[in-house]
Design a binder for this molecule. Structure first.
Ligand SMILES: [Zn+2]
Ligand SMILES: [Zn+2]
Length: 888
């Protein structure tokens, strides 16, 4: 390796691509299939949609995973980070349908087979975009093992699971009320329906008795569904309707006789307290219908048009029909009134079309038995959810789980492995297409046209990616995985289902830990969205500031349970940190010209001992924080150690030694410490900022391999304490407090940093005096003094500014250093200027017109300015008082 000096400034773009290619080429991301020697550590990536474009959520999620993987490799583990993408059924089908539409075609014109071919073609062309973006983020996935939920192996796993669950009676086919999107032509899971509040109407309709005069009034928001009513329901406790119990109703417009039923579900306070029951078009009515064995009359078809069951309304669109029904009711004098009414309406999460609850034949997974085991696994600690607060949410959801509708009426996905015999209608479920019907021997067998919900295949991700159903070596080595890193938004869609499937098929949980991170929001804590216009594109941030600065920002703000508030300004701030590291390394490498293997303990100076101890503490804290997923704490420790301790104190303190002539024991000792601390610090930083650390590492004498092959510096002889050298740490604390005290006085008194000061330190304590005397040189050097005396006296010198540290008092002599009169005038003038500015701001803040019209954040800004000015004024006043008190 070369010992060339580093360039003057750090240029991320040259460096990032070069090192990423190198790591990949050298196979440094590859997991080993040979076990026994190392501990296994594994993470499966939450597979991004193959249509995906890297957004802030991906950036945070994958940065955290990468930090963990790089850290565990440095700790000596055999790490598998399993990458891949999800085929994302509806999302991908929509993208390709749009593409066809631009050519004037729809998928029905193209046909199923050709359409699926077109999707695969699209995937070949554009499907790796998100993968390349993850690489720019520095993600150290084992790319040779990259999987796709529709690849051959995973498709086999999907069929195996489907067939097994079917044979076990845990998959069944049944009529069910589902959320139906008439545009996408598919069933949607409850979680895929988005609810919005609409201004609608409540229609009050008279339902006449079938015998005798009179009617009952019923309120509904969807009058067109009345055509499919099969009962009227009242609450058995509702005294208003006791006389109704024995009656029958003649359904208006249809002239069908329907019964009156009693059900406790009926809300007495809604509308009139009498409810129309349409089992085929409302989920609650469906349940009531089941309880009372009601007929299900389907009046709206899968295109949103009225069926022949709707009588004369047949063929109308559902919303046209609503108008027509209202008109017809009016004509017959059956419409009592219409009231404006706000209510929540479900929309398709893909296309925003209003959902039509509809009756349909679908495939279901019986979720209860699977969920029970998944609940127990978290209860008994086989899987731990971090932060713990999500455990409660998990239990709530799992304990109330409903059967999972897994069929989707689209083309892109895993086609359901079920065939119906045309002659005897027998259904055959199997791994492969059967040639003959097992019941009647018929040969005309039709495969079910539906595909499986995307989440069905991703539920198998932790074991299907490792080769299951085959018993592969990596499955043995890496299942259960160590941790799943995920956002809470897919806790139910995905995490809960992986738990159910993993436990059922592998006999063990899919992950030992689930780390749930927060969302990335904008600076003010608002959700990023295109319509608000506050979206920050991670790739443009990387272009501007470099990947390392971006990654460090994400880690620094990833506090548990708190959203990450992201702004370019913050990333810019951490770019200064990257530059600081670069400059510190550049300075160090000007002096280090070889590897320093051993540290000569006997020749170490106080600051050498101190920085070694602090380095030890930093390593320990970083590892503890990462082991408990406190990424922000780890980043904070590193920031503080590198910037304040290593750069501000250590490098400054050793400068005189570095400029001594070559070869003294003291200089050699310091160089050996500098080499060691720089070496170890790069390793500590590497998981967070992989690129800049590798670039510096490459230039550090004595490093032959990539930094990825180094060892995390947790010393073996760990006595459990955070510092190794308590004495050095406590002495250094005193010395640095004294220096800071003198520097503060310089600032308050406006003394130029180049002026050398005379200082005396008074203490009644002999050990303190002895220590200060012993390390006088450091204080003189770092506080820029011309003299320092240490005295045992209570006497107070004249014309000296003071500061107190522990049991010592610092006196900085000002005679001849500052011109008291001139300084008093200067401060007076500055305070006068501030008073002027303050009065302008205060006037603004008492102006009603301004307060009334200006947006909140503008007012807040002015208030903040006022606070800052007041603070400045207070400080200057304090300084002025001090000088006056010293006054000649
Ligand atoms: Zn839709
Ligand atoms: Zn048959």
């Amino acid at each position: 390796m070369s010992s060339d000096l580093l360039d003057k400034g750090y240029k991320p773009h040259d460096v990032e691509k070069r090192w990423y290619d190198f790591w990949e080429k050298e196979g440094l991301f590859s997991a080993s299939e040979r076990g026994n020697v190392q501990k296994s550590y594994s993470i499966v990536i939450p597979p991004p949609n193959v249509t995906g474009v890297l957004h802030m959520g991906h950036a945070l999620n994958n940065t955290l995973q990468d930090i963990l993987c790089r850290y565990r490799r440095l700790c000596g583990d055999n790490v598998l980070w399993m990458p891949g993408t999800d085929h994302a059924g509806i999302a991908t089908q929509n993208v390709v349908e749009k593409k066809l539409a631009s050519e004037g075609l729809n998928r029905h014109q193209v046909g199923r087979e050709k359409f699926i071919e077109a999707v695969w073609e699209w995937r070949r062309e554009y499907g790796s975009a998100i993968i390349n973006q993850l690489k720019r983020l520095g993600a150290s996935c084992d790319w040779d093992r990259e999987r796709f939920t529709m690849d051959e192996g995973l498709s086999k796993a999907v069929r195996k699971v489907f067939v097994t669950l079917y044979q076990e009676g845990l998959i069944y086919r049944g009529n069910y009320i589902i959320n139906w999107c008439i545009r996408c032509h598919t069933a949607l899971a409850d979680l895929e329906v988005e609810h919005e509040v609409h201004d609608g109407f409540l229609y009050y309709i008279r339902y006449p008795y079938s015998q005798g005069k009179g009617y009952v009034v019923i309120a509904t928001t969807r009058p067109e569904t009345m055509l499919g009513d099969t009962a009227v329901a009242v609450n058995p406790n509702d005294e208003r309707y006791h006389d109704l119990w024995s009656r029958k109703i003649l359904l208006p417009l249809m002239n069908r006789e329907i019964p009156v039923i009693k059900d406790k579900y009926v809300d007495m306070s809604f509308g009139t307290g009498a409810l129309k029951i349409t089992p085929a078009h409302d989920p609650n009515d469906f349940e009531i219908g089941n309880r009372h064995n009601l007929e299900r009359v389907k009046v709206i078809d899968d295109d949103g048009q009225m069926t022949s069951e709707a009588g004369k309304f047949k063929g109308l669109d559902r919303f046209e029909c609503r108008k027509a029904v209202v008109e017809a009711l009016k004509e017959e004098g059956l419409l009592e009134k219409i009231e404006p009414y706000q209510h929540s309406i479900g929309h398709c999460y893909r296309c925003n079309t209003i959902i039509e609850p509809n009756l349909s034949k679908q495939w279901f997974v019986k979720a209860k038995p699977l969920a029970e085991k998944a609940v127990r696994a978290v209860e008994n600690g086989d899987t731990r959810i971090v932060p713990e607060i999500w455990t409660k949410t998990y239990f709530e959801w799992m304990n109330n789980i409903k059967d999972w509708c897994i069929s989707r009426q689209i083309w892109w996905g895993h086609q359901i492995p079920a065939w119906t015999c045309e002659s005897c209608e027998d259904v055959i479920v199997g791994m492969n297409a059967p040639e003959t019907c097992s019941a009647c021997g018929g040969t005309k067998l039709m495969q079910d046209t539906d595909v499986l919900d995307t989440w069905f295949s991703s539920a198998l991700w932790p074991f299907s990616t490792m080769g299951w159903p085959d018993q592969t070596p990596i499955l043995k080595l890496f299942y259960p995985t160590s941790v799943l890193v995920t956002g809470f938004d897919i806790l139910f869609f995905w995490v809960a289902r992986m738990m159910m499937m993993g436990i059922h098929f592998m006999g063990d949980v899919p992950f030992k830990d689930v780390y749930v991170h927060a969302l990335v929001r904008d600076e003010e804590g608002k959700k990023m969205s295109k319509s608000t216009g506050n979206v920050i594109d991670p790739l443009s941030v990387i272009d501007t500031y470099g990947t390392d600065a971006f990654r460090f920002t994400l880690a620094a703000f990833a506090a548990q349970g708190r959203d990450v508030k992201m702004s370019e300004k913050r990333v810019e701030g951490y770019r200064h940190f990257i530059n600081k590291i670069w400059n510190a390394a550049r300075f160090s490498l000007m002096h280090i010209d070889k590897e320093y293997k051993d540290i000569p303990n006997e020749s170490l100076s106080l600051v050498d001992r101190w920085i070694l101890s602090r380095r030890f503490r930093a390593a320990k804290k970083v590892s503890e924080a990462l082991d408990s997923y406190r990424f922000n704490d780890a980043a904070g420790v590193l920031y503080n150690f590198v910037w304040h301790e290593f750069c501000d104190w250590y490098l400054e303190a050793i400068k005189p030694t570095l400029y001594e002539k070559q070869g003294t024991n003291r200089k050699e000792a310091t160089l050996s410490v500098l080499w060691r601390v720089l070496h170890d610090t790069l390793i500590l930083l590497h998981p967070f900022i992989p690129f800049v650390t590798e670039e510096i590492w490459d230039k550090l004498p004595g490093t032959e391999n990539s930094i990825m092959k180094s060892v995390f510096p947790l010393d073996a002889a760990d006595d459990g304490s955070l510092c190794r050298d308590r004495e050095a740490e406590s002495i250094m604390k005193l010395i640095s407090d004294i220096i800071t005290g003198i520097r503060n006085i310089r600032g308050e008194m406006n003394i130029s940093p180049s002026l050398s000061l005379a200082v005396s330190i008074h203490s009644q304590e002999e050990p303190t005096r002895r220590t200060v005397e012993q390390y006088k040189d450091i204080i003189i050097n770092l506080a820029q003094l011309k003299s320092l005396s240490v005295e045992n006296t209570r006497q107070r010198p004249k014309s000296a500014a003071t500061a107190v540290v522990d049991n010592a008092v610092i006196f900085v002599y000002l005679e001849g250093i500052i011109d008291f009169t001139q300084e008093i005038n200067r401060l007076d003038k500055e305070i006068g200027k501030l008073t002027g500015e303050l009065s302008i701001v205060s006037k603004k803040l008492s102006n009603e017109d301004f307060l009334g019209k200006a947006p909140n954040h503008v007012i807040e800004k002015v208030k903040e300015k006022q606070r800052n000015l007041m603070e400045k004024q207070r400080n200057l006043q304090t300084n002025l008082d001090k000088i006056k008190a010293l006054g000649v």
